[in-house]
Design a protein around this ligand. Structure first.
Ligand code: NDP
Length: 338
């Protein structure tokens, strides 16, 4: 059983030295337990937070402990009456080949998702769920409104923009690089997409959002947020999903302190700014999301790009790259052939 543990806590951007690959015997399932073989491992930005011991909404990964992660796995061995060998499940096995579970944290895959099991981590899993709830429950987009979405071609962002289009909105994405922007406009169907690396981001955004911004789906923070804030309309909504520009920061960003301007905008424009943690705030609504999204998927309404890398040993490098924007779509590690 190969597993990747947290070797040390990063200071700033993580490096490969913060991880260690280990080999151990394959565990055995005890009474009431199942042995799982990981097929797909999901890599997500929140894992950067878990590597740090700063206070957060969940406990950090301990040094020398296996990195946690959502996975799609196959039941290899079962001493639990609810599972039989060969079943596909969503599990929390982490960055390793095999894991043992008592079954309580498993979600068995049935029906059409079995045609594409990795979707249970993306389109029909945590990623899609985050986009759906953040946009629809907090963003409440109305037909004709302007929705701006950060990290627009990423796993969550690409879904946010497509759902907003389905709801009849004018959608402007913000992404890193011309190729990603072309993809957002030509393949995902966004009305516009802007490169956050271009010098004139704030000016360009103003040109593309002539009627202001009604909903800003925040995943980034930093200079993207600075460009968006002055354009927010009265009664605008900002679901705060992530702040990836700051995840590797070791000190506050240089430049003017925007807090007074932000607070003043919240008051004058009566903005709704609401953070959310998908599993904690919306866990009870997964069924609602899953049935609506399954219907949309059946109707072929979505494009969902997966950025799949082979081999557990490539997880650290791939994870580090994702935090820098080297991914193009939902990042998955193919741990074992299915
Ligand atoms: P993505 O697939 O979007 O990958 C991360 C992307 O972030 C990169 O590809 C890069 O895209 C962008 N990025 C990184 N650094 C910067 C920067 N400095 N400025 C602008 N963009 C940057 O990941 P996910 O879709 O999985 O996650 C997106 C966001 O959603 C993250 O903030 C994550 O923490 C959050 N999230 C929150 C959840 C919740 O419950 N609140 C649940 C799931 C995700 P580009 O090349 O375009 O710059």
């Amino acid at each position: 059983n190969r597993r990747i543990v947290l070797a040390s806590r990063p200071h700033g951007a993580p490096t490969e030295a913060n991880f260690r690959l280990e080999s151990q015997h394959v565990p055995t399932a005890g009474q009431g337990e199942v042995l799982l073989r990981t097929v797909w491992l999901s890599l997500d930005p929140y894992m950067r937070g878990r590597m740090s011991d700063a206070p957060s909404y969940v406990a950090p990964v301990g040094v020398n402990e296996v990195m946690g992660a959502g996975t799609v796995a196959i039941v290899e061995q079962s001493n639990n009456e609810n599972f039989t060998p060969g079943d596909w499940v969503v599990s929390q096995s982490g960055w390793q080949d095999f894991a043992v579970s008592n079954g309580k944290d498993l979600f068995k895959l049935t029906g059409p998702v079995l045609k594409h099991p990795s979707w249970a981590l993306g389109l029909l899993g945590m990623t899609g769920f985050t986009a759906y709830m953040g946009l629809l429950d907090i963003g409440t987009p109305q037909p004709g409104e302007t929705v701006v979405v950060a990290a627009a071609t990423g796993a969550v962002g690409s879904m946010v923009g497509q759902i907003a289009k389905l709801k009849g909105c004018y959608v402007v994405g913000i992404a890193g690089g011309e190729e990603k922007c072309r993809y957002a406009e030509q393949v995902l169907g966004f009305d516009r997409c802007l490169n956050h690396r271009a010098a004139d981001l704030a000016e360009a955004l103003k040109r593309y959002c002539r009627d202001g911004i009604d909903v800003y789906f925040e995943s980034v923070g930093g200079k993207v947020f600075s460009a968006v804030l002055p354009l927010m309309n009265t009664k605008g909504r900002i679901p705060v999903c992530g702040l990836i520009a700051d995840y590797n920061s070791t000190e506050s960003s240089p430049g003017p302190d925007l807090l007074p301007q932000f607070q003043s905008a919240i008051l004058r424009k009566r903005l709704r700014v609401e953070g959310f943690i998908i599993t904690q705030d919306y866990g009870h609504r997964f069924g609602e999301f899953f049935s609506q999204m399954s219907q949309w998927v059946e109707q072929d309404r979505f494009v969902f790009r997966e950025d799949c890398i082979d081999g557990l040993d490539n997880a650290p490098e791939t994870f580090i790259g994702m935090l820098e924007g080297r991914n193009f779509g939902k990042v998955l590690i193919r741990v074992a052939g299915d």
